[in-house]
Design a binder for this molecule. Structure first.
Ligand SMILES: NC(=O)c1ccc[n+]([C@@H]2O[C@H](COP(=O)([O-])OP(=O)(O)OC[C@H]3O[C@@H](n4cnc5c(N)ncnc54)[C@H](OP(=O)(O)O)[C@@H]3O)[C@@H](O)[C@H]2O)c1
Length: 347
């Protein structure tokens, strides 16, 4: 793969996230969206035509074996992340796979084993990480801007999809925690900067499908630091994250995908609130810029043959593993009605 030319991406799937990526690719400087694949040939053709994607593949195998593609974005439902990520890696592609990386720790292990065996890079697609407001929030915290962190509160709730959507399939990584609570787990762990020692959760499970429609969880970190998260696919949308410290509190109203630039953070100290405005320094001020920043970052990792890192000094592989372990523990707690200690060594 030559340095300097744009990397050629292909996307598996024509769902909601395909459309967002297709629009975001117009903002990227390092990649071109060359192909899309669907189970259905006509759906692939229509999606490609609508978004100006040159090649439409009938079937996922056709795209992962396309020699003109360098990187595959796995935008299929969660139940197909492991299978098609492994198949793309085995076909020699680098893979940016949508969150959550797999449906279980076992799947995540299998996916990274395939990446190592094929000497290709695999990264979980958490686009919120690439919005500069997240780096700014972390900077404020680690430089003592709110004192010692006591507690994080993190919400991501949304209205449900049609009941036939894979989000309601229990054996295919369905449920609110897998779908959107995974963001809250990721952000809490990132902002605290360590792994929880134990977790507890309560959930409203769907009678028919068994998936968690709403889940409220508590992560207990060391030294008394806690995080409460709320995720739901049956509620009024609610997004904020708030970090309470001994000296001040920091509110991130839209931690996942702010609707506009500049993004705003609110830092409150002794009743006085300062607004911190965050803008991208190398990207048009478009709401989908975090997706483009994510793609550009992955391109640099591929070109320079270096591991994606998140947080900046930790291999993203470690982060994906740790995130899935916490998700599994929260679900175990909610299903069994008890606090779950995290395995030693995960902290
Ligand atoms: N980062 C973000 O902001 C964000 C936002 C939304 C979703 N996501 C993630 O992106 C992935 C896709 O989500 P989505 O909302 O775009 O689509 P979705 O409705 O969750 O998933 C459907 C996708 O899977 C494919 N598929 C294969 N077999 C299927 C089956 N039996 N039934 C239904 N669909 C099937 C469909 O593609 P074809 O029918 O064309 O083959 C379609 O693209 C998920 O992992 C989700 O977590 C991320």
């Amino acid at each position: 793969m030559s340095t300097g030319r744009k990397l050629r991406y292909g996307i598996l799937g024509t769902g909601l996230i395909f459309g967002k990526f297709a629009d975001a690719f117009r903002l990227t400087s390092e990649a071109s969206l060359m192909a899309v694949a669907s189970r259905d040939a006509e759906r692939a053709r229509a999606a490609g035509a609508k978004h100006g994607v040159p090649r439409a593949h009938s079937g996922y195998e056709s795209l992962v074996s396309d020699p003109e593609i360098d990187v595959v974005i796995n935008a299929l439902h969660n139940g197909l992340h492991c299978e098609w990520t492994v198949r793309a890696l085995e076909a020699g592609k680098h893979v940016l796979c949508e969150k959550p990386l797999g449906c279980s720790s076992a799947e995540v292990e299998k996916m990274f084993a395939a990446a190592h065996a094929s000497r290709r890079w695999l990264m979980e697609g958490f686009m919120h990480r690439f919005h500069p407001q997240i780096a700014e929030a972390k900077r404020i915290i680690v430089t003592g801007g709110i004192g010692r962190v006591l507690h994080i509160r993190c919400h991501r709730t949304a209205r449900g999809r049609d009941r036939d959507n894979p989000r309601y399939w229990r054996d295919a990584g369905g449920g609110a925690l897998m779908d959107i609570g995974c963001y809250c787990v990721n952000l809490s762990r990132f902002l605290v900067g360590s792994e929880p020692k134990r977790v507890a959760a309560h959930a409203h499970f769907d009678n028919q499908t068994g998936v968690d429609l709403t889940l409220s969880g508590c992560l207990q970190f060391g030294e008394g630091v806690t995080a409460n998260l709320l995720c739901s696919m049956e509620g009024e949308p609610s997004y904020p994250a708030e970090i309470v410290g001994t000296d001040a509190k920091l509110l991130i109203p839209h931690p996942w995908l702010p609707p506009a630039w500049p993004a705003e953070l609110y830092l409150t100290r002794q009743g006085k609130t300062d607004v911190i405005r965050v803008e991208p320094d190398d990207m048009p001020q478009h709401p989908l810029a975090p997706f483009a920043l994510e793609v550009n970052y992955f391109c640099r990792c591929v070109r320079e043959n270096r591991a994606p890192q998140f947080p900046p000094d930790v291999d993203a592989e470690h982060d994906s593993r740790a995130n899935m372990r916490v998700i599994e523990a929260l679900l175990e707690s909610a299903r069994e009605g008890r606090t779950v200690n995290m395995p030693t060594g995960s902290a």
